[in-house]
Design a protein around this ligand. Structure first.
Ligand code: GLU
Length: 307
């Protein structure tokens, strides 16, 4: 059996020609500056073994991957009540689509599309200032990554906040249905900060390890969420983690995962570990093209898929 490092090296080397295929996200101006030829990957196992490849130590904004951490925080705060405000079905629509919201009474399909994530962020704001709420989320991510240096890229946060017209529309629309408790402005302030959390592949893989280990960090033994909640977060990632390409991702990779328009993807291999990849060029659905290809190659070699 080849070592973990050899398996990662072989998988990543086999897809190098895919790097640069697709387009760097440019609807958030600060993201458009990221070089298209970056590629990094990291595996962290539940026993603490690690393998790193390429630009694994470079920071990128985790964008929608933060939705997994926000959902974790919301389930801990509100338990099942969050499911009265957000569904748990794949949307089959783009990450920032508004079309279903009208037909479905302002209840977003799931917590991992933008509309759902805005409701989740709203739920975290309950009786908190926007600063306290952002600090609460950052504290959670630092705990998950076991790294107090993780920070928000304020340039990316500001850039997204200034251009958040779609997200503002989604938020206003949901408010008109009574599914937003705080002001649109407060919700967007926190949401844009959470999306701009900067991490590298190693930190990102480390931060999702609790999901590979029934909700408890297997290395520090810290209880993060109940086992049942961890299972449900993984279910959401499997069904909805890649927007309207979630089925395609399950078909190719077969693991719970979440992507972000910064080009990052994190996947969970239950009882084994986590993998994070980063490559900023996205496919038409907003998921990293080379990152998905690398995960597909890795899973083919390791047989880690759960399907
Ligand atoms: N901050 C991004 C947005 O709301 C996140 C989208 C994504 O990563 O898929 O548009």
């Amino acid at each position: 059996m080849p070592s973990l490092q050899t398996q990662l090296d072989l998988a990543c080397q086999s897809i190098q020609h895919e790097i640069g295929v697709g387009k760097v996200a440019d609807y958030i101006p600060a993201l458009a500056q990221v070089p298209a030829d970056k590629f990094g990957a990291a595996i962290v196992t539940v026993t603490g073994e690690k393998a790193l490849f390429g630009d694994s130590q470079e920071y990128f904004s985790i964008q929608s991957i933060s939705k997994v951490f926000a959902l974790t925080a919301s389930l801990n705060l509100h338990d099942k009540k969050i499911w009265d405000r957000v569904g748990r079905e794949p949307s089959g629509n783009a990450f920032n689509s508004i079309v279903q919201l009208e037909k479905e009474g302002g209840i977003p399909r799931n917590p991992l599309i933008n509309a759902g994530a805005l409701v989740v962020t709203d739920s975290l704001l309950e009786s908190k200032t926007t600063e306290d709420c952002t600090a609460h989320l950052l504290k959670l991510v630092r705990q998950l990554a076991d790294n107090d240096s993780i920070a928000i890229n304020s340039e990316v946060a500001q850039s997204e906040r200034e251009t958040a017209h779609r997200n503002a529309s989604l938020a206003h629309f949901m408010q008109s249905f009574g599914n937003l408790k705080r002001t649109v402005s407060d919700v967007l302030d926190v949401y844009c900060q959470q999306c701009a959390i900067a991490m590298n592949c190693e930190q990102l893989a480390r931060s999702a390890l609790y999901l590979a280990s029934n909700g408890t960090d297997p290395l520090t033994k810290t209880h993060i969420v109940d086992e049942e909640r961890a299972r449900r977060i993984n279910a959401m990632m499997m069904l909805c983690g890649h927007y309207d390409a979630s089925g395609d991702f399950a078909h190719r990779v077969g693991l719970p995962g979440k992507s972000g328009v910064g080009g990052g993807i994190v996947v969970v291999i239950p009882d084994i570990g986590t993998v994070a990849v980063w490559s900023p060029c996205l496919n038409v659905n907003g998921n990293s093209h080379a990152g998905t290809a690398a995960l597909e190659a890795l899973v083919r070699a390791t047989n880690w898929n759960v399907l």
